[in-house]
Design a protein around this ligand. Structure first.
Ligand SMILES: NC(=O)c1ccc[n+]([C@@H]2O[C@H](COP(=O)([O-])OP(=O)(O)OC[C@H]3O[C@@H](n4cnc5c(N)ncnc54)[C@H](O)[C@@H]3O)[C@@H](O)[C@H]2O)c1
Length: 448
């Protein structure tokens, strides 16, 4: 469906000017594995009427405007001008040469009978050779890799790939969503402190520059918004933040919020809202896909653990509620267990306490499908990042925190993890863009 906003139903006081989503939107994905191919196949399936975009806020959610008595509740996609699914063109890179069809079959997320109906468009997507460094992802031996003397040369090869993709596909705009593997734990170094230092580091092959950062640099250099679906450091360093701001490009991350953390950020705000205490939260998972294999490396898991652990502290605020949360013992484990493939299973044991300190327990057993939960997030991020760019928004897009385990924020600002606050932030940003009143949920006006 084309952009079909009824102009007459809109106020003319928009806070930003949003360019219309004319032409095709390119979605470039470094890492064409389980998540990426489930997203691409899903879009093709929806386009052909073979499935519904369940889990996608841009496709299904509505947004209330004005007072509850006004009855104005358009679909999000009718309220802000988003690219339509028909206009998406996907491409990407991997360190293995499999087409999107082969990669989707190997990932074993979607049924072969469905994939066979989508063979033609999926086979047409052949990844471009990846930029890879085995010291950053130690469990994979990539065979389909760019070679060049320096990291700067590699970034230029990525820029050429991007230009080539834009030319051959005829897209009018492009976004990039990182769906590649989790890199080993990596802290900001000297080379990340400014763009000048970073560019020197690219030319000097500084070992502290990770492959994901070379992709992000190429993306920003081309003025392409970059969303980070992994917990990797990537754009969370002064050099790339500076580049995003200076070049007026939106960025967001990190780490898609899917299975267990999604549950955690729903349950923890509920416990806190009733001032119930929490002594311990033990989370464990079994997972058997390639992501699970990469995370079996303790250094890669450390990157993931950091984003997973930070969530509870920020939601429960033990510094404000020491009686309830000061000594909370929080453990997160991921166990690689190949028989499960993508069908992850997560267990949470939550030791809570109530009135007079009496203990209680909550058990959550979530039999989820990782990539089924992640695919609609890729779609929403691609569409919203494109919207942000057309609206002239630049740098960190905190309003997209809703989609991430470790939302990026301005330096010094703590991230908002509570999923309900995140949703309100997202919808209020859309209202703000279109000059609508923000919804405060105060409600006193109904009783005047
Ligand atoms: N599935 C989820 O629910 C979920 C949730 C949060 C985050 N993630 C993250 O999303 C990413 C993708 O997950 P997945 O399940 O699709 O994993 P996957 O292993 O199936 O896919 C990752 C792909 O990236 C490729 N790759 C690795 N390094 C690369 C590089 N430098 N350049 C190009 N390609 C590269 C791999 O070959 C692989 O095909 C992972 O980092 C994962 O941690 C996934």
């Amino acid at each position: 469906m084309k952009w079909s906003l009824k102009e007459s139903s809109l106020p003319n006081t928009d806070n930003v000017v949003i360019a219309p989503p004319e032409g095709k939107l390119g979605v470039l994905i470094p890492g064409m594995g389980a998540v990426a191919t489930t997203f691409i196949a899903g879009v093709e399936a929806v386009k052909r009427g073979l499935g519904q975009p369940i889990g996608s806020l841009t496709q299904l959610a509505t947004i209330r405007l004005g007072k509850r008595t006004e009855g104005r509740t358009p679909l999000v996609k009718d309220f802000v001008p988003l690219a339509s699914l028909e206009d998406l063109v996907c491409g990407g890179w991997d360190i293995f040469p499999d087409t999107a069809y082969e990669a989707a079959v190997n990932a074993q997320v979607l049924e072969k009978t469905l994939l066979d109906q989508l063979k033609e468009p999926l086979r047409a997507i052949q990844p471009m050779k990846g930029v890879f460094a085995p010291e950053y992802v130690r469990r994979l031996n990539g065979t389909y890799i760019k070679q060049a003397p320096t990291k700067m040369d590699l970034s230029e090869m990525l820029v050429d790939d991007i230009r080539q993709f834009q030319k051959s596909s005829g897209v009018a705009r492009t976004v990039m969503v990182w769906c590649g593997s989790t890199e080993v734990h990596h802290k900001p170094a000297e080379v990340h402190q400014s763009l000048a230092a970073f560019e020197r580091g690219l030319a000097d092959n500084d070992p502290n520059i990770a492959p994901s950062q070379i992709y992000a640099y190429a993306s920003l250099k081309c003025g392409i918004p970059f969303a980070n679906g992994a917990p990797n450091l990537t754009t969370d360093v002064p050099a790339l933040l500076e580049m995003a701001r200076d070049r007026q490009v939106p960025i967001c991350g990190k780490d898609f919020k899917t299975g267990q953390t999604f549950m955690k950020t729903m349950v923890a705000p509920g416990l806190k809202s009733r001032m119930l205490g929490c002594r311990g939260w033990y989370s464990t998972n079994i997972l058997g896909n390639r992501d699970g294999e990469v995370l079996d490396d303790p250094e890669a898991f450390k990157t993931k653990e950091e984003t997973k652990l930070s969530v509870l502290d920020h939601i429960l605020q033990p510094q404000l509620y020491p009686m309830l949360y000061q000594d909370l013992y929080h453990v997160v484990r991921i166990n690689y267990y190949p028989p499960r493939g993508d069908a992850k299973e997560g267990w949470d044991n939550i030791d809570i306490f109530g009135w007079l300190g009496y203990p209680m327990q909550i058990k959550i057993n979530f039999l989820c499908r990782d990539s089924i939960l992640a695919a609609p997030i890729v779609l929403d991020l691609a569409l919203f990042m494109d919207l942000a760019q057309r609206a002239g928004m630049k740098g960190i897009q905190e309003w997209l925190s809703f989609y991430f385990k470790a939302p990026m924020t301005a330096p010094g600002l703590y991230p908002e993890h509570d999923i309900f606050i995140q949703l309100m932030k997202l919808k209020n940003t859309l209202r703000w863009m279109r000059g609508e009143d923000l919804i405060t949920h105060l409600g006193l006006e109904y009783y005047d």
